[in-house]
Design a protein around this ligand. Structure first.
Ligand code: PLP
Length: 360
Protein backbone atom coordinates (compact mmCIF):
# COMPACT_ATOMS: atom_id res chain seq x y z
CA UNK A 1 0.00 0.00 0.00
CA UNK A 2 1.26 3.46 -0.86
CA UNK A 3 1.99 5.94 1.88
CA UNK A 4 0.67 9.50 1.99
CA UNK A 5 3.44 11.93 2.92
CA UNK A 6 2.56 14.87 5.15
CA UNK A 7 6.28 15.66 5.49
CA UNK A 8 7.34 19.26 4.74
CA UNK A 9 9.73 18.37 1.92
CA UNK A 10 10.42 16.14 0.21
CA UNK A 11 6.69 15.76 0.36
CA UNK A 12 3.72 13.96 -1.16
CA UNK A 13 3.93 14.23 -4.95
CA UNK A 14 1.29 16.30 -6.71
CA UNK A 15 -1.17 13.73 -8.16
CA UNK A 16 -0.20 14.33 -11.82
CA UNK A 17 3.59 14.27 -11.35
CA UNK A 18 4.09 10.57 -12.11
CA UNK A 19 2.12 10.83 -15.35
CA UNK A 20 4.10 13.89 -16.46
CA UNK A 21 7.42 12.14 -15.75
CA UNK A 22 6.21 9.17 -17.82
CA UNK A 23 5.40 11.55 -20.68
CA UNK A 24 8.86 13.09 -20.26
CA UNK A 25 10.45 9.65 -20.74
CA UNK A 26 8.21 8.91 -23.74
CA UNK A 27 9.34 12.21 -25.28
CA UNK A 28 12.97 11.11 -24.53
CA UNK A 29 13.63 14.38 -22.73
CA UNK A 30 16.57 12.78 -20.91
CA UNK A 31 18.47 12.75 -24.19
CA UNK A 32 17.62 16.05 -25.89
CA UNK A 33 20.06 18.94 -26.24
CA UNK A 34 19.45 21.97 -24.06
CA UNK A 35 20.38 24.06 -27.13
CA UNK A 36 17.50 22.58 -29.15
CA UNK A 37 14.22 24.22 -30.14
CA UNK A 38 12.38 21.50 -28.19
CA UNK A 39 14.11 22.56 -24.96
CA UNK A 40 13.46 26.26 -25.64
CA UNK A 41 9.78 25.44 -26.12
CA UNK A 42 9.71 23.55 -22.81
CA UNK A 43 11.41 26.39 -20.88
CA UNK A 44 9.04 28.92 -22.51
CA UNK A 45 5.97 26.87 -21.56
CA UNK A 46 7.13 26.48 -17.95
CA UNK A 47 7.92 30.20 -17.65
CA UNK A 48 4.53 31.11 -19.14
CA UNK A 49 2.61 28.81 -16.79
CA UNK A 50 4.50 30.17 -13.76
CA UNK A 51 3.80 33.75 -14.90
CA UNK A 52 0.08 32.98 -15.00
CA UNK A 53 0.06 31.07 -11.71
CA UNK A 54 2.07 33.59 -9.67
CA UNK A 55 1.33 36.75 -11.71
CA UNK A 56 4.98 37.39 -12.59
CA UNK A 57 5.51 40.43 -14.87
CA UNK A 58 6.98 39.89 -18.36
CA UNK A 59 10.01 41.96 -17.37
CA UNK A 60 11.12 39.48 -14.69
CA UNK A 61 13.50 36.61 -15.28
CA UNK A 62 12.49 33.08 -14.23
CA UNK A 63 15.66 31.03 -13.75
CA UNK A 64 16.46 27.43 -12.82
CA UNK A 65 19.18 26.38 -10.41
CA UNK A 66 20.19 23.28 -8.46
CA UNK A 67 17.99 24.23 -5.50
CA UNK A 68 16.89 27.14 -3.32
CA UNK A 69 20.02 26.89 -1.18
CA UNK A 70 22.03 27.80 -4.26
CA UNK A 71 19.79 30.84 -4.83
CA UNK A 72 20.57 32.21 -1.34
CA UNK A 73 24.22 32.32 -2.38
CA UNK A 74 23.54 33.78 -5.84
CA UNK A 75 21.31 36.51 -4.40
CA UNK A 76 23.98 37.70 -2.01
CA UNK A 77 26.76 37.45 -4.61
CA UNK A 78 24.77 39.40 -7.19
CA UNK A 79 22.98 42.09 -5.18
CA UNK A 80 25.00 42.82 -2.03
CA UNK A 81 28.22 44.81 -2.25
CA UNK A 82 28.56 45.33 1.49
CA UNK A 83 25.47 44.85 3.70
CA UNK A 84 22.45 42.57 3.90
CA UNK A 85 19.62 42.39 6.44
CA UNK A 86 17.82 39.22 7.49
CA UNK A 87 14.61 38.50 9.38
CA UNK A 88 15.60 35.41 11.34
CA UNK A 89 13.11 33.20 13.20
CA UNK A 90 14.15 29.64 12.51
CA UNK A 91 16.71 27.37 10.91
CA UNK A 92 16.18 28.31 7.27
CA UNK A 93 16.20 32.09 7.72
CA UNK A 94 19.26 31.66 9.99
CA UNK A 95 21.13 29.71 7.33
CA UNK A 96 20.45 32.43 4.74
CA UNK A 97 21.98 34.96 7.19
CA UNK A 98 24.99 32.66 7.76
CA UNK A 99 25.62 32.48 4.00
CA UNK A 100 25.99 36.26 3.85
CA UNK A 101 28.62 36.18 6.59
CA UNK A 102 30.42 33.31 4.85
CA UNK A 103 30.48 35.42 1.68
CA UNK A 104 32.25 38.17 3.66
CA UNK A 105 29.34 40.61 3.72
CA UNK A 106 28.32 42.71 6.67
CA UNK A 107 25.14 40.81 7.56
CA UNK A 108 22.61 42.30 9.99
CA UNK A 109 19.75 40.38 11.50
CA UNK A 110 16.63 40.97 13.52
CA UNK A 111 15.96 37.78 15.41
CA UNK A 112 12.78 36.41 16.95
CA UNK A 113 12.37 33.32 19.11
CA UNK A 114 11.43 30.05 17.38
CA UNK A 115 7.66 30.11 16.77
CA UNK A 116 7.31 33.89 16.50
CA UNK A 117 6.81 35.95 13.37
CA UNK A 118 7.41 39.42 11.96
CA UNK A 119 5.10 42.34 11.21
CA UNK A 120 6.37 45.34 9.32
CA UNK A 121 5.68 47.86 12.09
CA UNK A 122 8.34 46.42 14.41
CA UNK A 123 11.09 46.00 11.83
CA UNK A 124 14.00 48.43 11.91
CA UNK A 125 16.06 48.14 8.76
CA UNK A 126 19.73 49.17 9.01
CA UNK A 127 20.40 52.27 6.91
CA UNK A 128 23.00 50.81 4.58
CA UNK A 129 21.43 47.39 4.00
CA UNK A 130 21.18 46.73 0.27
CA UNK A 131 19.10 43.56 0.46
CA UNK A 132 16.30 42.64 2.90
CA UNK A 133 15.67 38.90 3.22
CA UNK A 134 12.23 37.77 4.34
CA UNK A 135 10.88 34.24 4.66
CA UNK A 136 7.26 33.75 3.59
CA UNK A 137 7.15 30.45 5.45
CA UNK A 138 9.76 29.41 8.02
CA UNK A 139 9.53 25.64 7.53
CA UNK A 140 11.32 24.74 10.74
CA UNK A 141 8.82 26.49 13.05
CA UNK A 142 5.63 26.82 10.98
CA UNK A 143 5.62 30.62 10.99
CA UNK A 144 4.48 32.72 8.04
CA UNK A 145 5.10 36.33 7.16
CA UNK A 146 1.97 37.56 5.41
CA UNK A 147 2.37 39.08 1.93
CA UNK A 148 0.74 42.36 3.07
CA UNK A 149 3.50 42.77 5.70
CA UNK A 150 6.21 41.99 3.15
CA UNK A 151 4.73 44.58 0.75
CA UNK A 152 4.70 47.21 3.51
CA UNK A 153 8.32 46.39 4.30
CA UNK A 154 9.31 47.08 0.67
CA UNK A 155 7.23 50.27 0.45
CA UNK A 156 8.99 51.58 3.55
CA UNK A 157 12.38 50.71 2.04
CA UNK A 158 12.13 51.48 -1.66
CA UNK A 159 15.88 52.06 -2.00
CA UNK A 160 16.61 48.47 -0.91
CA UNK A 161 15.92 45.13 -2.53
CA UNK A 162 13.43 42.79 -0.88
CA UNK A 163 13.69 39.08 -1.61
CA UNK A 164 11.28 36.43 -0.36
CA UNK A 165 12.11 32.82 0.41
CA UNK A 166 8.86 31.08 -0.56
CA UNK A 167 10.34 27.57 -0.71
CA UNK A 168 7.73 25.85 1.45
CA UNK A 169 4.73 27.93 0.46
CA UNK A 170 4.84 28.86 -3.28
CA UNK A 171 2.43 29.31 -5.02
CA UNK A 172 0.20 29.91 -1.96
CA UNK A 173 1.41 33.43 -0.91
CA UNK A 174 -0.27 36.16 -2.92
CA UNK A 175 2.94 38.14 -3.49
CA UNK A 176 2.96 41.23 -5.67
CA UNK A 177 5.98 40.92 -7.96
CA UNK A 178 5.67 44.58 -8.92
CA UNK A 179 6.50 45.31 -5.28
CA UNK A 180 9.02 42.69 -4.11
CA UNK A 181 12.19 42.35 -6.17
CA UNK A 182 12.85 38.64 -6.06
CA UNK A 183 11.62 35.30 -4.74
CA UNK A 184 12.73 31.70 -4.85
CA UNK A 185 11.45 28.18 -4.30
CA UNK A 186 12.50 24.53 -4.65
CA UNK A 187 10.14 22.07 -6.32
CA UNK A 188 10.10 19.32 -3.66
CA UNK A 189 7.95 21.23 -1.17
CA UNK A 190 4.62 22.84 -2.05
CA UNK A 191 4.89 22.08 -5.78
CA UNK A 192 4.96 18.37 -4.91
CA UNK A 193 7.77 17.23 -7.21
CA UNK A 194 10.92 15.15 -6.69
CA UNK A 195 13.85 17.35 -5.56
CA UNK A 196 16.51 18.64 -7.92
CA UNK A 197 15.37 22.05 -9.17
CA UNK A 198 15.35 25.56 -7.74
CA UNK A 199 13.41 28.41 -9.30
CA UNK A 200 14.49 32.05 -8.99
CA UNK A 201 12.30 35.01 -9.95
CA UNK A 202 14.25 38.28 -10.44
CA UNK A 203 13.36 41.80 -11.56
CA UNK A 204 15.52 43.89 -13.93
CA UNK A 205 16.66 46.26 -11.13
CA UNK A 206 18.63 43.40 -9.61
CA UNK A 207 20.25 42.69 -12.98
CA UNK A 208 21.39 46.34 -13.19
CA UNK A 209 22.96 46.11 -9.75
CA UNK A 210 24.76 42.87 -10.65
CA UNK A 211 26.10 44.47 -13.83
CA UNK A 212 27.44 47.44 -11.83
CA UNK A 213 29.03 45.08 -9.32
CA UNK A 214 30.62 43.11 -12.15
CA UNK A 215 32.41 46.19 -13.52
CA UNK A 216 33.61 47.05 -9.99
CA UNK A 217 35.40 43.68 -9.98
CA UNK A 218 33.12 42.42 -7.28
CA UNK A 219 32.63 38.68 -7.34
CA UNK A 220 29.18 37.91 -8.66
CA UNK A 221 29.96 34.27 -9.40
CA UNK A 222 30.36 32.59 -12.75
CA UNK A 223 27.74 30.70 -14.77
CA UNK A 224 24.79 31.47 -12.48
CA UNK A 225 25.39 35.21 -12.13
CA UNK A 226 22.46 37.43 -13.12
CA UNK A 227 23.93 38.82 -16.39
CA UNK A 228 24.55 35.24 -17.58
CA UNK A 229 21.13 34.00 -16.44
CA UNK A 230 19.26 36.91 -18.05
CA UNK A 231 21.26 36.62 -21.30
CA UNK A 232 20.44 32.93 -21.64
CA UNK A 233 16.84 33.42 -20.55
CA UNK A 234 16.31 35.87 -23.44
CA UNK A 235 16.46 32.84 -25.77
CA UNK A 236 14.92 30.40 -23.22
CA UNK A 237 18.23 28.69 -22.56
CA UNK A 238 20.28 28.02 -19.44
CA UNK A 239 24.02 28.63 -18.97
CA UNK A 240 24.64 24.96 -18.06
CA UNK A 241 23.02 21.62 -18.87
CA UNK A 242 19.90 21.81 -16.70
CA UNK A 243 17.42 19.35 -15.21
CA UNK A 244 15.31 19.26 -18.38
CA UNK A 245 12.87 16.64 -17.05
CA UNK A 246 12.07 18.66 -13.92
CA UNK A 247 11.69 21.91 -15.90
CA UNK A 248 9.21 20.10 -18.16
CA UNK A 249 7.26 18.59 -15.24
CA UNK A 250 7.19 21.90 -13.33
CA UNK A 251 5.54 23.52 -16.37
CA UNK A 252 2.95 20.75 -16.49
CA UNK A 253 2.23 20.93 -12.75
CA UNK A 254 1.90 24.73 -12.96
CA UNK A 255 -0.51 24.23 -15.87
CA UNK A 256 -2.53 21.72 -13.82
CA UNK A 257 -2.62 24.21 -10.95
CA UNK A 258 -3.77 26.94 -13.35
CA UNK A 259 -6.58 24.64 -14.51
CA UNK A 260 -7.67 24.19 -10.89
CA UNK A 261 -7.20 27.93 -10.36
CA UNK A 262 -4.93 29.64 -7.86
CA UNK A 263 -7.92 31.01 -5.90
CA UNK A 264 -9.28 27.49 -5.43
CA UNK A 265 -5.84 26.23 -4.36
CA UNK A 266 -5.55 29.07 -1.82
CA UNK A 267 -9.05 28.48 -0.44
CA UNK A 268 -8.47 24.71 -0.15
CA UNK A 269 -5.12 25.33 1.57
CA UNK A 270 -6.77 27.63 4.11
CA UNK A 271 -9.64 25.22 4.69
CA UNK A 272 -7.32 22.25 5.32
CA UNK A 273 -5.05 24.37 7.56
CA UNK A 274 -8.08 25.46 9.60
CA UNK A 275 -9.16 21.84 10.05
CA UNK A 276 -5.71 20.90 11.33
CA UNK A 277 -5.37 23.91 13.66
CA UNK A 278 -8.93 23.50 15.01
CA UNK A 279 -8.29 19.84 15.68
CA UNK A 280 -4.99 20.54 17.49
CA UNK A 281 -6.69 23.28 19.54
CA UNK A 282 -9.34 20.86 20.81
CA UNK A 283 -7.10 17.82 21.15
CA UNK A 284 -6.03 16.95 24.70
CA UNK A 285 -2.55 15.82 23.65
CA UNK A 286 -1.74 18.42 21.01
CA UNK A 287 -1.14 22.16 21.19
CA UNK A 288 -0.80 24.67 18.35
CA UNK A 289 2.81 25.85 18.58
CA UNK A 290 2.54 29.30 16.97
CA UNK A 291 0.56 31.48 19.37
CA UNK A 292 -0.31 34.42 17.09
CA UNK A 293 -2.98 33.17 14.63
CA UNK A 294 -1.82 35.67 11.99
CA UNK A 295 1.66 34.18 12.04
CA UNK A 296 0.49 30.57 11.71
CA UNK A 297 1.71 28.98 8.51
CA UNK A 298 -1.01 27.82 6.13
CA UNK A 299 1.29 25.27 4.50
CA UNK A 300 3.27 23.73 7.40
CA UNK A 301 1.27 23.16 10.59
CA UNK A 302 3.47 22.73 13.67
CA UNK A 303 2.03 21.28 16.88
CA UNK A 304 3.46 20.46 20.31
CA UNK A 305 2.92 16.93 21.59
CA UNK A 306 2.02 16.75 25.29
CA UNK A 307 2.69 13.74 27.54
CA UNK A 308 3.69 11.54 24.64
CA UNK A 309 6.74 11.00 22.48
CA UNK A 310 6.31 12.63 19.08
CA UNK A 311 8.06 9.65 17.51
CA UNK A 312 5.38 7.30 18.89
CA UNK A 313 2.60 9.44 17.42
CA UNK A 314 4.33 9.39 14.03
CA UNK A 315 4.77 5.61 14.27
CA UNK A 316 1.18 4.91 15.25
CA UNK A 317 -0.30 7.05 12.46
CA UNK A 318 1.94 5.32 9.97
CA UNK A 319 0.95 1.86 11.24
CA UNK A 320 -2.77 2.68 11.32
CA UNK A 321 -3.34 4.59 8.07
CA UNK A 322 0.02 4.59 6.25
CA UNK A 323 0.37 8.35 6.56
CA UNK A 324 3.76 9.90 7.26
CA UNK A 325 3.88 13.04 9.43
CA UNK A 326 7.02 15.17 9.68
CA UNK A 327 8.97 15.29 12.93
CA UNK A 328 9.83 18.52 14.71
CA UNK A 329 12.93 20.36 13.47
CA UNK A 330 16.28 20.02 15.22
CA UNK A 331 15.92 20.44 18.99
CA UNK A 332 12.13 20.04 18.66
CA UNK A 333 12.32 16.55 17.18
CA UNK A 334 11.00 14.81 20.31
CA UNK A 335 8.28 17.29 21.21
CA UNK A 336 6.74 18.56 17.96
CA UNK A 337 5.09 17.36 14.77
CA UNK A 338 5.22 19.20 11.46
CA UNK A 339 2.30 18.46 9.16
CA UNK A 340 2.73 19.66 5.59
CA UNK A 341 -0.46 21.05 4.09
CA UNK A 342 0.64 21.35 0.47
CA UNK A 343 -1.71 21.29 -2.57
CA UNK A 344 -0.79 17.61 -3.19
CA UNK A 345 -2.82 16.42 -0.18
CA UNK A 346 -6.60 16.47 -0.49
CA UNK A 347 -9.24 17.52 1.99
CA UNK A 348 -10.27 13.87 2.34
CA UNK A 349 -6.70 12.87 3.20
CA UNK A 350 -6.48 15.59 5.84
CA UNK A 351 -9.78 14.34 7.34
CA UNK A 352 -8.40 10.81 7.41
CA UNK A 353 -5.21 12.01 9.11
CA UNK A 354 -7.24 13.83 11.76
CA UNK A 355 -9.33 10.70 12.39
CA UNK A 356 -6.12 8.71 12.83
CA UNK A 357 -4.69 11.30 15.25
CA UNK A 358 -7.91 11.16 17.31
CA UNK A 359 -7.21 7.47 17.97
CA UNK A 360 -3.69 8.06 19.30
C1 PLP B 1 13.77 23.55 2.27
C2 PLP B 1 13.97 25.01 2.40
C3 PLP B 1 15.09 25.65 1.83
C4 PLP B 1 16.16 24.90 1.13
O1 PLP B 1 15.71 24.23 -0.01
P1 PLP B 1 16.68 23.23 -0.78
O2 PLP B 1 15.82 22.66 -1.86
O3 PLP B 1 17.14 22.21 0.21
O4 PLP B 1 17.81 24.02 -1.31
C5 PLP B 1 15.18 27.02 1.95
N1 PLP B 1 14.25 27.73 2.58
C6 PLP B 1 13.16 27.17 3.14
C7 PLP B 1 12.16 28.04 3.84
C8 PLP B 1 12.99 25.79 3.06
O5 PLP B 1 11.90 25.21 3.61
Amino acid sequence: MRKIYFTPGPAELFPTVEKHYQEAFELQLGSISHRSQLFRDIYKHTAEQLRILMIIPETHGIFFTGSATEIWERLIQNTVEHESFHLVNGSFSKKFFDFSIELNKYAHKMEKPFGEGFDNSEIIVPEYAELICATANETSSGVQMRPAEIHKLKRANRDKFVCVDMVSSAPYPDLDFNTVDSAMFSVQKSFGMPAGLGCWIVNPAMLEKAERMKTHENHIGTYHNLPSLFKNFAKYETPETPNVMAIYVLGKVAEDMNNIGIDTIRKQTEKKAKMLYDFADKSDFLDVFVKNPEHRSQTVVVVNVKEKFAANVIKQVQNDVNMVIGSGYGDFKDTQLRIANFPAVSLGQVEKLIEALKKV
